[in-house]
Design a protein around this ligand. Structure first.
Ligand SMILES: [Zn+2]
Length: 295
């Protein structure tokens, strides 16, 4: 598989050289050849809800392992710079030790794909576990963080807080009561002010609309993002279905859940590419839609 990918890249590079030297080369063809190699490529998956238990409704918990194996092969073949999981990697076990076992199992699969990986915390991640227990198993220091990668800035937000500011953990919350607390908003504002780079944000619950699947103070979060003038896009999960809208000049993309539906045709995962000039492309696989956003 690697050989095919390398061959394809080499072919595209060669084509681009040929096109550059040809009077027949159209601007479109040249652009297509140039954008074949993105500046940054990230592997994305959301709402895996992994658990070793029988299906419930449309959710096929055990099948997440084989579905993720397909995504993992693609991420490796396409040489992603990192992988980002957009939340709800596990479901909601009755007991913490059982849940820890499920999380260890699926986190092991992620660890085999890439050294660099980021986990957005979803309501299900901390339904049975505490945030500290979740973080320890996935090997991450905080539920909200930012990092730089190849000239871009990336922010992971945590909306798993109740309206009274208490962090979710051990079945102490209603999933519709999602909030980004004031302290995290202050951190976000300072973080965005500091970075010289264009930025992409990851969050589990939606901040582009009002509704059951949305962060209650979504408008406040959007104000900070828009005010920075640096945010290109926000990637969200939680909704389990594809959705996209543009608000205030920022692309908000909600990704399809991996857990929904049986069989490989119901898998869902994506590659996020940043293209020269800050354009973005989402290559969607199986049930995941694809998008292209020129800047
Ligand atoms: Zn979910």
């Amino acid at each position: 598989m690697d050989a095919i990918a390398i061959h394809r890249r080499a072919f595209l590079r060669q084509s681009s050289l040929l096109l550059a030297g040809s009077a027949l080369a159209s601007a479109d063809a040249l652009r297509a050849a140039e954008t074949a190699d993105p500046l940054v490529r990230i592997g994305l998956a959301t709402d895996l809800h992994y658990a070793d238990k029988p299906p419930a409704g449309a959710r096929h918990y055990r099948e997440t392992l084989s579905k993720f194996a397909e995504a993992a092969e693609r991420f490796q073949r396409e040489k992603v710079d990192c992988i980002v999981e957009l939340g709800d990697i596990i479901d909601a076990a009755d007991a913490p030790d059982v849940e820890e076992g499920y999380l260890q199992r699926i986190a092991k699969e992620f660890a085999a794909v890439h050294d660099r990986r980021y986990y957005v915390v979803g309501n299900h991640c901390v339904d049975t576990l505490t945030k500290a227990e979740f973080l320890e198993i996935v090997g991450q220091e905080s539920c909200h963080q930012s990092f730089d990668l190849k000239g871009y800035h990336w922010v992971v937000l945590d909306a798993c807080f109740r309206g009274d500011g208490e962090p979710y953990g051990r079945k102490n919350f209603q999933w519709t009561d999602a909030n980004v607390p004031a302290a995290e908003l202050d951190w976000l504002k300072a973080d965005l002010a500091r970075t010289p780079h264009k930025t992409v944000v990851f969050i589990h619950q939606r901040i582009d609309v009002e509704g059951l699947h949305s962060v209650k103070n979504a408008a406040e979060v959007r104000k900070v993002l828009e005010g920075s003038g640096k945010v290109l896009a926000v990637l969200q999960g939680h909704f389990h279905r594809n959705d996209y809208r543009e608000v205030g000049g920022i692309h908000y993309c909600t990704l399809a859940a991996m857990v929904e539906g049986s069989g490989e045709e119901n898998n869902a995962y994506a590659l996020l590419d940043i293209l020269p000039g800050h354009g973005m492309r989402i290559a969607g696989f199986r049930k995941q839609k694809g998008y292209e956003w020129p800047q």
